[in-house]
Every structure is written in C-alpha cells, then in structure tokens.
Design a protein around this ligand. Structure first.
Ligand code: ADP
Ligand code: MG
Length: 215
C-alpha cells in the first residue's frame, strides 16, 4: 500500500489564552524519520497530537494524503507510543499485545509471535505489565503500536529511561519501519538518537517553527 506525506499548513492551536502552536507548516514524508525538537512547552506533543488526530487544530489545514482529514481512517493507519506506555498494567505483556491485535482486527496469535521475534519479549510477556522495568514496558508498547503495521508511527520521547542497548534496539526498529515506507514522527531531546536516524529536524520555539541551527 502506498502511503503519502502528512502535510500541515499554517496550523494554530490555542488552549484558551495559551497559544500552543502558531502558524506551523511542515511536511512529513513516507520512508523518512522526522524529529520534533524544542524546549518544554514549545508545542511538540501538541503537534504530535494534531498529526495523530487526537487534537484538533484551531485553524489551518492538516492533510493525510488520500485520507485527507478523515480522522477515523487516519487512526486505523496510526501507531502511537506516548510518554506513558498505554499498556494495561494488570494485564500481561502478551495480553496487551493480543488485545491490541483484536481491536485492530488482526490475528492475535500471529501478532504475539511477531512481537516475540522482533522485540524479544518472551522472557517477561507472561507477567503483569505493572511488574516491568521501563525498558520492558517500552518493548511491549512498541510491539502493541505496530501490531496492525501502521503507515504512520508517532513516538513521544521514546528513549527516556532506556539504557544504551534498548536505544540501539529502538533505532533498529525505527529504521526498519522507515525502510518499509512508514512515515515516522518522533519527539525527542536525544540528539544522538536523531543523528543515528539521519532525521529531518523540525524545531519549535514557543509554538512557532524556527529554522534549525546547523551544528
Ligand atoms: P511540549 O510537548 O513541547 O512540552 P506541549 O505541546 O505539551 O509542549 O504544550 C504546549 C503548550 O500548550 C504549553 O504551554 C502547555 O501548557 C499547553 N497545553 C498543552 N496541552 C494543553 C491542554 N490540554 N490544556 C491547556 N493547555 C495545554
Ligand atoms: Mg511533550
């Protein structure tokens, strides 16, 4: 299936008096990793939420290629890993993955087997997620987000709390996804992570897009 660029034109988002985004235009290409950077409160998560249709822009246009701005359609093609893992803590890792597969109408057994191979979750997938380390939770969260082979992958600060080996593994997964044509959008402060992905950089300052300084 061909995927198309996600395009934002002159997007503004206000929360009452707070201007979270001001006239932001950008384009996210299939097969590319784009990294959104900027200080706390600069609008990064808001931008991710708008691309992921969880938040509506106050004004401006958001286009998802042939899907246009049809939220239900966009959501079917979307994988999301937020600050929080979105896993159910009292379910096991395996149950979380199988539940996600069910919700997307995918084969649950096959989804878990893929997760076992790709994320090596076998050693802990039978325990409740609340007993996991941050890195273990992150692996389940990623596996969960990828069960339906999304065309658009959104990651909010995915390297926070991960050790070097876990970051390496994450880089591998993100590269593989981009190589199969997925549009990847990452919010991160981790410069080494975005360098490793040779990402396009989108820099935000107080809700406005500014030119990225060359390093
Ligand atoms: P970042 O992810 O870059 O730290 P956010 O996108 O979370 O920034 O927030 C941008 C601005 O919008 C901040 O001033 C924040 O307080 C405000 N904001 C974000 N979400 C909400 C909300 N649901 N209600 C009110 N203000 C919000
Ligand atoms: Mg944020």
């Amino acid at each position: 299936m061909a995927s198309d660029a996600v395009e934002l034109r002159n997007v503004t988002k206000t929360y009452g008096p707070v201007r979270a985004l001001v006239g932001v235009s950008c384009r996210f290409e299939p097969g590319r990793v784009s990294v959104v950077r900027g200080p706390n409160g600069s609008g990064k998560s808001t931008l991710l939420g708008i691309v992921g249709t969880l938040t509506r822009a106050t004004s401006g246009r958001v286009d998802h290629g042939p899907l246009g701005s049809r939220r239900a359609e966009v959501r079917k093609t979307l994988g999301w890993v937020g600050h929080e893992s979105l896993c159910y803590p009292d379910l096991t890792g395996r149950e979380n993955i199988e539940l996600a597969a069910h919700l997307h109408g995918c084969d649950a057994g096959a989804a878990f087997r893929r997760a076992e191979e790709r994320f090596e979750v076998g050693a802990f997938a039978g325990r409740a997620v609340r007993t996991y380390s941050r890195g273990q939770r992150q692996r389940i969260a990623l596996a969960r987000a990828l069960v339906h082979e999304p065309r658009l992958l959104l990651l909010d600060e995915p390297t926070t709390g991960l050790d070097v080996a876990a970051v390496e593994r994450l880089i591998g997964v993100v590269r593989d996804e981009a190589n199969r044509g997925v549009t990847v959008l990452v919010v991160t402060h981790d410069a080494a992570f975005s360098d490793a992905l040779s990402a396009d950089i989108i820099l935000l300052e107080r809700g406005r897009r500014v030119a990225a300084a060359s390093s």
